[in-house]
Design a protein around this ligand. Structure first.
Ligand code: A3P
Length: 308
């Protein structure tokens, strides 16, 4: 089990922490933070409760957006209640290791009252079995790979726990090969897609949420068996919009020290659009990506929109 690493800003221990987070280790084919692998026994033995609600994503798919939506739905759209704590406290990150002065995700969850909402980036085959034994509800959000890659690239630039990408081209190759934390985008989105009919799962797309947030929020409410008046739904749409979340210190990760998320390099709430990849991909990269994507996705019915 990983020991808690104390966070000491005065000695700028970001580098020391980085050593337990990266370069990472492969677990069952998935590159994970070293500290997650060291804490693996606790994670895989996590005891779910039947009313736990899971939010599962490959990184940068709009996890925080869905966390905020679900938290607001469960709290009947109450604007004050959602200001009670930062989003990573309201909806703990299951595999977050005991680092810095932050508690591990598992510790936070063990003390939480039900119903708990839980965030995870774990691949389907790495999920603690208890979630299936307890038949928990799971909301999966998928985002097209080109925008996911661009968003992840900028996130890895500002996330000082990880080694900054050396170049965009290098990152482009690493992403396609699944050589980034949490592994292959392809495997992640496909595994959950295949599993969606066997579990209580709502599979949503970032692009659909951008296109028509009301339609997608209503799907989430139905899945959670929650009915709310129309004006409350409108309030939820408004308060979970990109700009409102960007300005909300309880949603925009500004509560994380700059020594971890250096938002002056790139904001956590960066652009929040579909199609930003066009400003990053060269023509040659786009062709190479499309060919690779075509081969990887040939045998699945799962389809993505790269623009809306
Ligand atoms: P960009 O980097 O493309 O802007 P995650 O929460 O999974 O880490 O995903 C972060 C991405 O979701 C970022 O994408 C962020 O801007 C975007 N995002 C967060 N909240 C959003 C919202 N309310 N509307 C649209 N996009 C949002």
């Amino acid at each position: 089990m990983a020991e808690a690493v104390s966070w000491d800003e005065t000695t700028n221990s970001a580098r020391a922490v980085k050593q337990v987070v990266s370069p990472g280790q492969i677990l069952e084919g998935v590159l994970l933070f070293q500290a997650v692998v060291e804490n693996w026994e606790n994670i895989s033995n996590f005891q779910a409760r039947p009313d736990d609600i899971l939010i599962v994503t490959y990184p940068k798919a709009g996890t925080t957006w869905m966390q905020e939506i679900v938290d607001m739905i469960l709290n009947d759209g109450d604007v004050e209640i959602r200001m009670r704590a930062p989003i990573h406290v309201r909806v703990p990150f299951l595999e977050w290791p005991p680092l810095m002065n932050e508690e591990s995700g598992i510790n936070m969850l063990s003390k939480m009252a039900s119903p708990r909402v839980i965030k995870t980036h774990l691949s389907f085959h790495l999920m603690p079995k208890s979630f299936w034994e307890q038949n928990c509800k799971l909301i999966y959000v998928a985002r097209n790979p080109k925008d996911s890659m661009v968003s992840y690239y900028h996130f890895d630039r500002m996330n000082l726990l990880k080694t900054a990408p050396e170049s965009w081209e290098g990152y482009f190759q690493d992403f396609m090969q699944g050589n980034v934390t949490f592994g292959s985008w392809y495997d992640h989105v496909r595994e959950f897609w295949e599993a969606r009919k066997k579990h209580r799962m709502l599979y949503l797309f970032y692009e659909d949420m951008k296109e028509d947030p009301k339609r997608e929020i209503l799907k989430v409410m139905k899945f959670l068996e929650k009915e709310l008046p129309d004006d409350v739904v409108d309030k939820i749409i408004h308060h979970t919009s990109f700009q409102m979340m960007k300005d909300n210190p309880m949603a925009n990760y500004s509560s994380f020290p700059e020594t971890i998320f250096k938002q002056s390099i790139s904001s956590f709430m960066r652009k929040g659009v579909v199609g930003d990849w066009k400003k990053h991909f060269t023509v040659a990269q786009n062709e190479a990506f499309d060919e690779h994507y075509g081969a990887k996705m040939a045998r699945t019915s799962l389809r993505f929109r790269m623009e809306i």
